[in-house]
Design a protein around this ligand. Sequence first.
Ligand SMILES: Cc1ncc(COP(=O)(O)O)c(C=O)c1O
Length: 367
Amino acid sequence: MPQATKPHLENLRKYSPGKPIEELRRELGVDRISKLASNENPIGPSPLALAAVRACLDDVHRYPDAAQYEVKSAICDVFGAAPENVVVGNGSDELIHYLGVAFLSPGDEVVVGSPSFIQYTAAAILNQADIKSVPLDPSERMDLEAMAAACSDRTRLVWVANPNNPTGTIVMREEFDRFLDSVPRTATVVLDEAYFDFARDEAIPDSLELVKAGRNIIGLRTLSKSYGLAGLRIGFAFLPPETADVIERMREPFNVNLLAQRAAAAALYDREHLENTLHHNRKSLERISRAVSSCGGKPTKSFANFVWAEFPFDTKPLFDALLRQGVIVRTGDIFGRPTCLRISAGTDDEMEHFEASLPKAVEMLNP
Ligand SMILES: Cc1ncc(COP(=O)(O)O)c(C=O)c1O
């Protein structure tokens, strides 16, 4: 018998990813598959990023730059950040993990919105912190007042995803400022801006501005969404220099691989690709919302690259019926909301596939 691991690790649930395309092909033998399940960038990576990856393929026998000089410089240049305010991770997932390890001890508390991104609770469980889940408000937005009220002198981290995953809703700058004023000084607010670019035209808070203003806040960004580099794994944090210094010393020296560093440094400068992504995304969100509405569902207005939709029934059979037609979405049950679906923006072809499949899938449920 192997030695037992720490008992509290039994509480961790395995992350449930969107169903992989190849798995569905093997299981159902369907040819046309549209994966609308993981909030990826449907138009793909920037050509500049691809060229940068190709140009360094012959160097993969070397370790990547442990100081992450090139990519950090690009982040500082593009966003106007100081290097001491930036940490780069193997996806923002890794940074969430580091923040948990850095801030949480057994018996500490974290405050999260519910439903929201699942990895915040994983970081709490891993570090034996207690989780206070605060339901979203009736319009599926983070209830910042209730979250501030849920804080105690044991609260160390408060997680706000803006836009929120899975609902795509946002909180505005003014309400967020009031919230920051009402959270206890002993708690750090993490503003997860994985979908920031999709909502950039709204009056939402900007973590970098707040970090620069000396607020007690950490911002998280990723290149997995608007920059289309999910498969390479790279994200970054804006944070106060003291915290950045701790994470820099904690992190694995080569946490971000060579291809990811080079690709990110190039992708950040490809503003045309970003604009194309945002333009395409707006069209796809409209198409998803329209298709959902015409099938009796209620789409939530999205400021991200996916749509959260509620139906007047349990959506697991609908999810299965869509799957049989080759369309992969996410059921709400993994977020504790069994009557919902989350549908990611796709290519024009994937949107057509979804538009054609949804009415058929609903029909299959109510013949
Ligand atoms: C709100 C939120 N934060 C963080 C992440 C993780 O992103 P990354 O690919 O950078 O690890 C995701 C991914 O879906 C997300 O939805």
